[in-house]
Design a protein around this ligand. Sequence first.
Ligand code: CP
Length: 309
Amino acid sequence: MLKSKDLLGLQYLSAEEISEILEGAVAAKERLKDKNKCSYDLKGKTLVTLFYENSTRTRTSFELAGKYSGANEVNISVATSSVQKGETLVDTGRTLDSLKVDFIAIRHPMAGAPKLLAENVKASVINGGDGMHEHPTQALLDMFTLKEHYGKIAGLKVAILGDIKHSRVALSNLFGLKKLGAEVYMYAPGTMIPKEMDKLGAHIAKSREEAIDGADAVMGLRIQLERMNGGLFPSLGEYAKFYGVNDGLLKYAKPGAVVLHPGPVNRGVELTPEVIDGNSSLINEQVTNGLAVRISVLKLLAAYRENNL
Ligand code: CP
């Protein structure tokens, strides 16, 4: 049973809560294999997606997770909503409460925006990514993908390479993977990795080879040009050459190691096309798993609401 009405970040969840979400996703994924992939688990409930930033995977999979579970689902297009007339986030949330919405999946450029919303609405708020802070359902689907492949997470070595400084995926994965007993190694240009990562339990590698050496999984991260002011690396070509992941580097990983990436990928920058489309890549499977994980999250939050609100 989850212990909160909201899912704001993996820093707030216990190992047991994370495991419960991953177990729920196993059942959800089984159902997705059926010809009739829909259930009535969330019949009568309403999910709103409220995205202040672009998204393909997260928003679509939240919407489909709601629809496949029998919920009513509405997307608010921020560009054409009353946000453009100056309505505040909290007032937008209270409007949704008045419309009897049960779940709000939000993405926002400001770290902490989902928490502020959650503290001011009755609906359950799910963080779909807040600034450079957390992206909990992405990390949950990454962990689900690893658990599905290896049958466990404890004891795995996961190497995360790329723009760690601007990445909410890196931070959520660090919290979640550590709680379930994995070792996390990180590597990035010095300008793109906060020094405090080691205090949170990450091993900061001095080279790509050290990060990848003996790894069970190699996770590439997108260079988040929208969140940086430039000047963090000389050029995309040099980034790819000196910091990107290619087939040659994957030879340092354990035989059979898998490659993950949250997407969208800058092809040929953080990962070469051969790595993205190669046999080790689970990138497309991650997207399917995102749907299963979000179905599980909605179902568990619905159970919390039923029992506590
Ligand atoms: N991984 C991820 O958050 O992708 P989107 O930006 O497409 O949602």
